[in-house]
Ligand binder design. Sequence first.
Ligand SMILES: Cc1cc2nc3c(=O)[nH]c(=O)nc-3n(C[C@H](O)[C@H](O)[C@H](O)COP(=O)(O)OP(=O)(O)OC[C@H]3O[C@@H](n4cnc5c(N)ncnc54)[C@H](O)[C@@H]3O)c2cc1C
Length: 369
Amino acid sequence: MAEGVLVVGAGVAGLALARALSLRGRSCSLVERRAAPSDDEGLGLNLPGNAVAALAALGVADEVVARGVRVRRREYRTASGRLLFAVDEEQFWGAGHPSVCVHRGDLLEVLRGGIDTDIRWGGAVESVQDGSADARITFASGKVEAYDLVVGADGVRSRVRSAVGGEVPKPSAMTRSSWRFVVANPGVECWTAWSGAGGTLLLIPVDTGRVYGYASSTRRSTDATATWLRTAFTGFPTVVRAAVDAAVAGAGTLYPAPVDEVRCDRWSRGRIVLIGDAAHATGPVWAQGAALALEDALVLARLLDREDRSGVGDELLRARGARVAHVQAMTDRMSRLAGLPEQLRDVLAPVLGPRTYAATYGPLREPVA
Ligand SMILES: Cc1cc2nc3c(=O)[nH]c(=O)nc-3n(C[C@H](O)[C@H](O)[C@H](O)COP(=O)(O)OP(=O)(O)OC[C@H]3O[C@@H](n4cnc5c(N)ncnc54)[C@H](O)[C@@H]3O)c2cc1C
């Protein structure tokens, strides 16, 4: 006999959904491939104000903000360190839902806290099959279970997505490869990005004494030894070189990852629904991955208030599609600006940068229903 709702993936989207359902007096089952919370959760996440607004709706914004560092100002700089433009984030987002940088592990821990959902760790899902009476899950262990509804919150390489449309992730236009790390703060006071011809380095204070670093290259690479990273920022300002040198010297976790995107026409099929990166992974140009995942979870939890689950996936897409498409379009717009020849980009950025920032985040200040 089919059980209730199964959520696949205890990342941002899956945990947020379990939490949102629990706040509405509903329960779900939650399975996670990993055997336990893992090491790379120490890396950082920039959460713009709309992510914090979603966390407030989940009842955990204050705790997350208290664990992180507020992003009060953003600075976009050239490879030599010249300021192209700055944004007063504190003023833009207001005091209620500030922009913040936090350890991913802290965010996940807060989302996990106090919910009555047991997480089944080490529960890797192999495949899902939609049927008229239920959705059948096959686990890597060979076990098969049936549910009324399966939610794929299993990230950019979602297995659940294969049962919906099967779109394959594609490399992001702006960032083909990335390296993330957390190291001692070399003297950075606010969110600062330095861009050269072939790459960008972003440093954000993430706790007392440390910065979250994100180096992105326009070239595809899976080079775990970070050869590119060792040389790409040699002409950049001292703080940049200090952070990169510390990262490649092994002073903190160095996490290489390709940056892929998922753009699907459909997020559901029958009793299977996708949320978060599984539905719409987008290059981290505007740091909207976690925000959109949290918002999806809130909206889906509301749609699941009713007993009849037919059409829930279509309704989710209707409710969320325009906001996600907006982030995708603005990601493409910023990628085109970033992809211009360096000199032209540096001339245009002081004018187009602040406008693009406001055009991107302005609509996202509207709360989700
Ligand atoms: C380089 C980089 C930098 C980023 N920076 C930011 C940022 O600053 N701010 C921001 O908001 N976003 C950022 N993002 C995006 C952000 O990390 C994601 O959008 C966000 O984590 C999406 O959450 P999710 O829950 O959908 O997916 P995930 O966080 O990937 O969680 C998916 C979960 O599903 C589990 N899983 C996967 N497959 C299975 C399976 N078969 N069975 C069971 N479980 C499974 C995984 O182990 C994982 O726990 C960045 C992404 C990249 C690549």
